[in-house]
Design a protein. Structure first.
Length: 253
């Protein structure tokens, strides 16, 4: 499939994959959002094919990132167990729907909600000490996050991580747990896209993003472990607000 590789053509995708995975591993979100935005908005890739490409990459990068978070003891296994099964179910349904129809109509509304969450997280980080609390709404969050991730080409991290943080979950464990659970989600979504679309979406760009992502993936667990809770929450809020606002602007213009 990749005979006659043009490394100069692959380099931008390697750099994008590296940067996106560094952010995703440290903050628990953005790999899907950054890569999907690049593929759909700048390169004109159809949404279903872009989502298939991103999730094929994430199957490998989330395995490496999850292993890093496990190594650094960033995973809350009780929370993991409650997230992963609803997430997988939601991911299967979202991939099936996106393969059949264009789900982009709802995207601006979802992004507006996430932008509001980002602003709230910035407020929580600014106001003072972050006191962790046990989150209560978990399974519905996993189901919604999995569905939106597949249907929108990215969203598991922004939806699940941000909402768990709003409920008071500790940032380090939240990011590590959501990243580790994401491997099972992306494997399910990728298998569903292959079943629906075949292998047509897996291109040279996919390989470039994969190479960059695999280089960066082991570093995320270390970053999440060593950055204090308030700056970590502030960085999540900034990233969520900026990416959501850009997506809304791009969808409505």
């Amino acid at each position: 499939m990749f005979y006659g590789l043009d490394l100069s053509a692959m380099l931008p995708f390697i750099l994008v994959g590296f940067a996106a995975q560094m952010v995703d591993g440290a903050l628990g979100m953005a790999l899907g959002v950054i890569n999907s935005t690049l593929l759909v908005s700048f390169l004109g890739v159809p949404p279903a094919h872009a989502s298939a490409m991103v999730h094929a990459v994430e199957t490998f990068t989330t395995a490496a990132s999850g292993a890093s978070h496990v190594l650094h003891r960033n995973v809350n296994w009780k929370l993991f167990g409650r997230l992963v099964i609803p997430g997988v179910i939601g991911g299967f349904l979202g991939a099936y729907v996106l393969s059949s129809i264009d789900a982009s109509i709802a995207k601006p509304f979802v992004m507006a909600y996430l932008a509001a969450i980002g602003v709230y997280l910035l407020y929580r980080a600014y106001r003072g000490k972050v006191e962790p609390r046990e989150p209560r709404i978990i399974e519905p969050l996993g189901l919604a996050g999995g569905f939106l991730d597949a249907a929108g080409g990215g969203g598991w991290g922004p939806v699940v991580t941000s909402n768990l943080l709003v409920q008071g979950a500790a940032p380090r464990e939240t990011i590590g747990t959501v990243n580790t659970a994401e491997f099972f989600l992306t494997a399910t979504i990728s298998a569903t896209f292959i079943w629906q679309l075949g292998f047509a979406a897996f291109t040279l760009q996919t390989l470039g993003i994969l190479i960059g992502g695999l280089i960066a993936a082991p570093m995320g667990g270390w970053l999440a472990k060593h950055v204090p809770a308030r700056p970590l929450m502030a960085m999540v809020g900034v990233l969520l607000t900026i990416t959501s606002a850009y997506t809304i602007w791009n969808a409505l213009r």
